[in-house]
Ligand binder design. Structure first.
Ligand SMILES: C[S@@+](CC[C@H](N)C(=O)[O-])C[C@H]1O[C@@H](n2cnc3c(N)ncnc32)[C@H](O)[C@@H]1O
Length: 275
C-alpha cells in the first residue's frame, strides 16, 4: 500500500531542513514495508492543503497558535494578545475563534469519515497566565525604548499585534458546539505544562549567559519574520531589539521563564464524506 505523507507549511518555510531529515538515517523512508511517498504542500493551513477526502490521519504540532493575520490595530504598544484589554481583547479572541473554526472546516473536507486529527498547540489555563506573557512584557519594554529613541515607528507598532493566540480548553471546545459539531467529534483535549530546553539547562548549570543566548535565539527564530515585515523592513533595529533582550535575559533569567502550556487534542471526522 503506498502511504503518502504530505508535509505542510507556508511557502516561505525553510524546506531544506525537511529534505535533509528525509535523507537521514532516522528518516521514515528507511522503514521497511513501503513504499512511503514523501510529498509537500506549501500552503497555509487556513487554505485547502490537499484535495478533498484524502486524509486518514492529520498531525500538527506547535503551530495552531499562529493566526492567519496580526491582531487588531490601534492598540498602542500592546504587542501580544494578553496585553489587550476590553473590546480589543474580545476582538482578538473572536479572530482566533474564526481561524480555529476555518482550520477545522477545511480539514473536515480533507479527512475521510472516521479519520482523525491529532494536534497540539500552545494553550492557556482558564484564568492563568499565557506562555509568552513574560517574554512579551520584555519585548514591549524594549520596543517602547526603541520608539522613544526614534528607532522604531510608533504608528507601525500601534497597528500591530503579534499573530498568535493561546486558546483555553473552552475556546478549543467552542466550534464543536456550533455547526462543526455535525462533522467532528472532540475525542480528547487536555493541557499539560513543559519547560523549554534552554530553561532546563539553566536550572541544571546556572549559566545565565548561555541561557540568554539559547532562549533569545529560539525567540528570534519564531518572531523575526513577522516583526520585521510589520515594524522594521530593513531589520537593523530588530538586531538591536534581540541584543537588548539577550542582555536583559542574561541579567535576570527569571523574567523570561516560558512555561509552555501544551494543549493537545484528538478530533474524529464523523458523518458523510463531504457535506
Ligand atoms: C513552532 S513551529 C513547529 C514545527 C513542527 N510542527 C514541529 O513540531 O517541530 C510552527 C510552524 O508552523 C508554521 N505555520 C505558521 N502558520 C502557518 C500556517 N498558516 N499554515 C501552515 N503552517 C504555518 C510555521 O511556518 C512553523 O514552521
Amino acid at each position: 500500500v503506498p502511504i503518502a505523507v504530505v508535509h505542510e507549511d507556508v511557502l516561505d518555510n525553510d524546506w531544506a531542513g525537511l529534505y535533509e531529515g528525509l535523507r537521514g538515517e532516522e528518516s521514515y523512508l528507511e522503514v521497511g514495508g513501503g513504499p512511503i511517498l514523501p510529498m509537500t504542500s506549501a500552503s497555509s493551513f487556513y487554505e485547502p492543503v490537499v484535495p478533498p477526502g484524502l486524509v486518514d490521519l492529520g498531525l500538527s504540532f506547535a503551530a495552531l497558535q499562529w493566526l492567519a493575520r496580526p491582531g487588531p490595530g490601534g492598540t498602542g504598544s500592546a504587542l501580544f494578545f494578553d496585553q489587550l484589554k476590553g473590546e480589543d481583547a474580545t476582538a482578538m479572541a473572536e479572530q482566533a475563534h474564526g481561524d480555529w473554526s476555518r482550520f477545522l472546516e477545511l480539514r473536515a473536507d480533507e479527512l475521510v469519515p472516521g479519520g482523525r486529527l491529532v494536534l497540539d498547540m500552545m494553550g492557556r489555563h482558564e484564568g492563568g497566565t499565557s506562555t509568552g506573557g513574560k517574554l512579551w512584557t520584555q519585548v514591549r519594554a524594549v520596543v517602547d525604548e526603541l520608539i522613544d529613541e526614534g528607532r522604531l515607528d510608533g504608528s507601525l507598532v500601534d497597528g500591530y499585534v503579534f499573530p498568535a493566540y493561546e486558546r483555553t480548553l473552552d475556546e478549543v471546545r467552542r466550534p464543536f458546539g456550533e455547526d462543526l459539531g455535525e462533522r467532528f467529534e472532540l475525542e480528547h483535549v487536555a493541557l499539560s505544562d513543559s519547560e523549554t530546553p534552554a530553561w532546563q539547562r539553566y536550572e541544571a548549570d546556572g549559566d545565565a549567559d548561555v541561557f540568554a543566548r539559547a532562549f533569545v535565539g529560539f525567540v528570534r527564530a519564531f518572531s523575526e519574520p513577522t516583526l520585521r515585515a510589520a515594524l522594521d523592513p530593513d531589520g537593523a533595529t530588530l538586531d538591536e531589539l534581540y541584543r537588548r533582550l539577550e542582555q536583559r535575559a542574561a541579567g535576570d533569567p527569571s523574567a523570561f521563564t516560558f512555561t509552555v502550556h501544551v494543549l493537545s487534542a484528538v478530533i474524529v471526522r464523523t458523518g458523510a464524506a463531504i457535506d
